[in-house]
Design a protein around this ligand. Structure first.
Ligand code: HEC
Length: 208
């Protein structure tokens, strides 16, 4: 075997720089393409977006004109009426209608789950303003007692509050009663001196 033959058969090709660089370059090119794409994508996407810190939620102006703010205002009204109404109920109504709102059978009618409470708001206000005597059926039970008037003792705000409170306590669920509604009933019934004469007189009125 000649030397030349030996070289041909046993030696591998000399490593060449060109061939190894070719394989290194492929990943480098691919990475460059991806990075370049990423940078230009971000640049294009964020071009129009204002770079302000924080998330992009907006804070609704309290007391503003949006529906959302109106609903929040209503909720705030309800909460403050409920709080005040609870106080008024405890000091003014509870002795007769009881802390549970269940009343006392045969003597004081229940305000819990009562149609007279969750029915027309003006009728409820009228009962509180002028009081009630004579026959009334509450949850199928007949009562014939005397409830005193509160028009001189309670302010319009107190009546709105306690009416709202009873309409939203003791298992009742009804809309709130505004001070405006109380003043309307006050005005419409201002010549009245006597308590309402039972359910027959209450049922003979228009309450809306
Ligand atoms: C001195 C006891 C007394 C007090 C205090 C009193 N009530 Fe009454 N209430 C009665 C009686 C008695 C009746 C039923 C009158 C009848 O038989 O005609 C009545 C009836 C009612 C009714 C209609 C029937 C029903 O039970 O749903 C409502 C509503 C009511 N009261 C709410 C109130 C609220 C609110 C207050 C507090 C601001 C209050 N009452 C304070 C004795 C009282």
């Amino acid at each position: 075997m000649t030397f030349k033959q030996d070289r041909l058969e046993n030696e591998k090709n000399d490593p060449s720089e060109a061939s190894s660089l070719k394989f290194i370059n492929i990943p480098i090119i691919l990475i460059s393409i991806f990075v370049g794409f990423g940078i230009s994508y971000l640049a294009l996407k964020t071009k129009d977006a204002a770079m302000t810190p924080g998330d992009s939620r907006t804070v609704p102006a309290s007391g503003g004109t949006s529906e959302n703010a109106a609903a929040q205002g209503n909720m705030a009204d309800l909460l403050s009426l409920m709080e005040k109404g609870k106080q008024v109920f405890t000091t003014t109504c509870q002795a007769c209608h009881q802390a549970t709102g269940a009343g006392i059978p045969g003597a004081f009618p229940p305000v819990s789950e009562s149609e007279w409470v969750s029915g027309p708001p003006k009728r409820l206000v009228a009962i509180i303003l002028h009081g009630l005597q004579g026959e009334i059926y509450v949850k199928g039970q007949k009562f014939q007692g005397v409830m005193p008037p509160f028009k001189d003792q309670l302010k319009a705000e107190d009546i709105a509050a306690v009416a709202t409170y009873v309409r939203n306590s003791f298992g009742n669920k009804a809309d709130l009663v505004s001070v405006e509604t109380v003043n309307q009933v006050k005005e419409a019934t201002k010549s009245r001196a006597a308590p309402w004469n039972g359910e027959s007189e209450l049922n003979g009125q228009k309450w809306d």
